[in-house]
Design a protein around this ligand. Sequence first.
Ligand code: FAD
Ligand code: NAI
Length: 477
Amino acid sequence: MSTEKQFDVVVIGGGPGGYVAAIRAAQLGFKTACIDEWQNAKGGPALGGTCTNVGCIPSKALLQSSEHFEHAGHAFAEHGIDVAGLSLNLPQMLKRKEGVVKANNDGIVYLFKKNKVTFFHGRGTFAGKAGEGYTVNVSGSTTDSISAKNVIIATGSNARELPGAPFDEKVILSNTGALTIDAVPAKLGVIGAGVIGLEMGSVWRRVGAKVTVLEGLPTFLGAVDEQIAKEAHKLFTKQGLDIQLGVKINSVTKGDNGVTVDYADASGAAQSATFDRLIVSIGRVPNTNGLGIETVGVQLDERGFVAVDDECRTNVPGIWAVGDVVRGPMLAHKAEEEGVAVAERIAGQHGHVNFNTIPWVIYTSPEIAWVGKTEQQLKKEGVAYKAGTFPFMANGRARALGDTSGMVKFLADATTDEILGVHIVGPVASELISEAVVAMEFRASAEDIARICHAHPSLSEATKEAALAVDKRSLNF
Ligand code: FAD
Ligand code: NAI
C-alpha cells in the first residue's frame, strides 16, 4: 500500500557516503530518510553498502584471518611457538567474516535509531518534482512515496566486467565472489593488479592457492610512489604472488577444468593459463541504473558518474551526490567526508573536504599507505623537493615484531620544508599514515614532525626518522 511521507532530506543509498550523510543531516535537526536496497541472505536489509557487505569490512576480516594462518605456519616458529597439526577451517573463516559484516550492518541500524533516521528498505527511484523538492518512490518489501527539498544520491559503484567474461560469481568472480570462495582454489587467476587484486590475491595465496596476477599496464601500482611500488613488488613476488605486467588479455573461456585465459605477455608472446577460479578486478563503474535521474534532469559526466561541482552539487538545485557515484577516489572515507560536508552545506554551514589529504591504504602484508604527492608527480610538476627515507629494518619495534620489511618516505618542499607527501610500505602503515594526514592538513613541515617526541619503541619512530632524513640527519640509520 502506498503512503505519502514528507522529509527535509532523503538519502538514496546506505553505504558509507549515504548512511553517514543521513546521520549528520539528522544531527543537524533535519527530518531525514535513508533508502537502501541491499539484501542479506534472508532478504532483510543489510545497511553499509559495498563497503560493509562486499568490500572494506569482509576483505579486512579475511585478510586478518589469512594472515593469522600464514603466521601460524611460518612466523610463529621464530618466536619459539611451535604449532602442531595446523589446518585451515575455511568454513569457519568465512563464517567469522559474515559475523563481522553482520555486526557492522546491525551497528548502522542502531545508529539510525539513535539519530532518528527513518530507514526504507528498497529501491529508490526519482518520480519527479514535488513543490520545492522531489518525490522518490521506494519499491521493496513495502511501496512508499517520499519527498524532500534535498535529495542526496549515494548509490555507489559496481565491479567492472571484462568484455566477453561476465561474472558468474562461481568461476569468474567479482569482489563479491572473491570473498565467498568455498574451497581454496589450487590455481587462482587475478586480472588487474590494483587494490582488490592485490588484497584478494594475498588472502587466497596465504591459505594455499597459487596466485597469478595479470596486469595490463607495464608498471606496477602506477599511482603509488615509484620507490615504494618497487619495494612492494619485490616483497609480494618473494611471498609467491606471480605478478605479470604489461599483458593483453585476448580471451577468457570457461571449460570443464575451470577457466582459461589467453593473453599476450609483455614481449607480445602468446600465453595461455588455466585457473580453477578467476577474479576480475579491473576497476569499478558508478551505479546510476534504475535511479530515474532523467526524470529530474540530473546530468552524468562523460565517464558515467553523476556530474557534480567541487561541493557535490548536481546541475539540479537541491539534488546532491557523494561517494563512488561521483568523481574522485573510490574510497569509503572519501564518501563519508563528502556525506558529512553535504549535510552541513544543506544546513548552510561550510562543509569541507580536502582532496589533497585523503589517505590511501592497500591492506596487503606489508601494508602500503600514502597521502599527498608522489616523487614522480613532483618531478612532473617541476616542484623542487627534498626526500628522506627510513627503513623499518632499523626500527626497534619492527625488529621485536619480526616485521622489518619496508620503509617510510617523506617528501618536503625544498624551500619551505612543507610536507608534500608521505609514503609507507611496512607494518601497520594504515595506522601510521594518520600522523602524516594530520601533519599535512595543518601544513606542517618535515622539521615539525622531526621535533615531536615519538614513543619508544614504536613504529611511529620510523616516521620521525624519515622526517629527520629529509635533512639528512636521521639518528638511527
Ligand atoms: P556503496 O558503498 O557502494 O553504497 C551504495 C549503496 O546504495 C548500496 O547499498 C546499494 O545497494 C545502494 N543503492 C544503489 N542504488 C540504489 C537505489 N536506487 N535505491 C536504493 N539503494 C540503492 N574503501 C576504503 O576506503 N577502504 C577499504 O579498505 C576498501 N576496501 C574495499 C574492498 C573491496 C573488495 C571493494 C569492492 C571496495 C573497497 N573499498 C574500500 C571501496 C569502498 O567500498 C567504496 O569506496 C565505498 O563503499 C563507497 O561508498 P558509497 O556510499 O559511495 O557506495
Ligand atoms: P583498481 O583501479 O585499483 O585496479 C584495477 C587494475 O586493473 C589497474 O591496475 C588496471 O591497470 C588493471 N586493468 C584494467 N583493465 C585491465 C585489463 N583489461 N587487463 C588487465 N589489467 C587491467 O581497481 P580494483 O582493484 O578493481 O578496485 C576498485 C576500487 O575499489 C579501487 O580503485 C579502490 O578505489 C577501491 N578499493 C579500495 C581498497 C582500499 O582502500 N584498501 C580495497 C579495494 C578496493
